[in-house]
Ligand binder design. Sequence first.
Ligand code: C2E
Ligand code: MG
Ligand code: MG
Length: 610
Amino acid sequence: MPASEEEARLDALRRFDLLDGSFRDGFDRITRTACKLFDVPSAAVAITGRERHALRSTIGLELESVPRRALPGAWDGVTDRFVSVPDLLNSPYSKGELAHAGIRFYAAAPLTTVDGMTLGALCVMDREARAVSAEDVEALTDLAALLMEQIELHHSHGHVDISSGMPNRAQFIEDLEALAQRHPDERRLVAMIDLASPEQLMTSVRVMGTGYLDAIVQEAAGRLQGMMGPREKAYHVTGTQFACLAPPNTGDAAYRDCVTAHLQALRESTTARFVTTTTVGIAPFLLGRHKPLDVLRMAHNAAQDARLTDSRVAIYAAEQDAMHQRRFAILEAFGYALEHPEELSLAYQPRIDLGSGECRGVEAMLRWRSATLGSVSPAEFVPFVEQSAMIRSATALVLEMSLRQLAEWRAAGVALEMAVNVSAMNLLEHDFAHRLAALLAETGLDPSLLEIEMTESAFVGETNLMLSMLRTISALGVRLAIDDFGTGYSGLSYLQRLPAQTAKIDQSFIRNLATEAGNRAVVRATVSLCHDLGYRVVAEGVETKAALDLVTAAGCDEAQGFLFAEPLPPQSFIAWFKNREQAAPATPQPHTIAGAPVGCFAGQAIATGA
Ligand code: C2E
Ligand code: MG
Ligand code: MG
């Protein structure tokens, strides 16, 4: 037998769990029946392993295993024929283990799987020599077939999806593991067919009930099985997802075309085509290198990416996957950080009044040093956290830490104000204003000392609920700043509806101010528009003296940026603050703009502090 066939046979033994013998009970009944049927004292099930036959459910025989050559027939290989030896003593086996154990007569019928692999034999033995009749051959062969059916049935339990009758995820995993044993590192393709998006599934179940879903799945399963080529195998891996393993050496492009054609056929013929969108994700992988569950995950991700394409077919993209993995890791680790807030801290960046040159306030910036991910920038984690319920606890924590810090500084004679970044999602918390008011009361701070910053993009699709929360906050006396102004919104009409006092021009406009005439024009126009609307204007990201001069000339009221200081931990900030006070900085040229409003960070004298 060729080595690869023998390996496949051994794989099958492993798959059927016959090597370590969990199926003993079923064998016992069969060997008992064989003894009765043949009126012999001994019977056994021989499972042919790599070196030896394991003898199971033996009756009337003391042997547990014998070498492969010890059993008559072509047992040094494996025979798929019926074998009988009327008298071992008059055969080449006269000095073998069986004869030694007192056996004279031996007959065996092969145990062959549906796909033609012989796993062993059902044997009957007698201590007297005897002949076999045609009926004997038939009866033992039938009994062996019955035993094999039982083995396969036992195995299929837990390996077949009952709703579709197709091999399930457990079978997919087993098959991939078996393939990996035989063809390690071989490149293969798997396609995941996803019948509908989670929203579509939810809607169909709401409207039509679960029976409808079962019908869709069964219909698709039937169609898919009809489409499979002889060398392809399809699996029903989750409720509404199927996986197909492409034959070896299939090219990516060819498989994509083939899958697209299948998908088209499926789309044209299924009942649910108007209410669901079926997508296909294709994932290339290396046998043995990628775990079967990872292969499914990769194909699943590609099937989700396919939802955004016209063809509804996508090939797995590692970069996309890495992004999703990172996002997941961040969310998981951030959840941990909220329970272990020592991982979180605040850094404070000064805001400089361009009229007086003084620092009257700071912006609190969240800092996170994760035990598992190291330092993660808020620019990376905030956008993910914002889309989860964790933003509620995160903002609550930042507000609490920053306001307590502010109260402490003010108690020590450092008369600062505080700006805190808040997410749009926070405005949908019904008790947000209430908790904010409670915190202000508890810290004894005047609400006008707090400014909340919200990015301009947060106002895209602003709702009445958000506006009403902003008005409630504003009524408390807390101020509102529009952060990253100029980046997020196409229309400006929302500006009139917002109870905001400050606009912070995004750093992307400030960074190249000296070289980009366009940016200078944008900044000048923004300042003019914002002043007309009664806003105070802050230039963010001021890194150079040239930029400072330009934003001053453009009429900005305040500036913030690395030129003055980066966001600093509390002690470093206070050191910076005191140092700056002592150095009595040259006041930047006050600019005069008719009617320029005096806002949150203006007009406050700085106490010389403790
Ligand atoms: P932002 O509110 O616009 O904050 C300004 C960001 O620019 C900060 O980055 C700051 O460190 C950085 N920055 C300040 N001056 C300069 C400069 O001169 N040059 C350059 N290149 N960068 C400068 P950071 O701390 O990484 O924060 C990024 C964003 O994450 C923030 O942008 C804000 O949107 C968000 N964020 C930070 N902390 C919080 C928070 O507590 N809550 C919420 N919801 N968002 C936060
Ligand atoms: Mg900000
Ligand atoms: Mg900003």
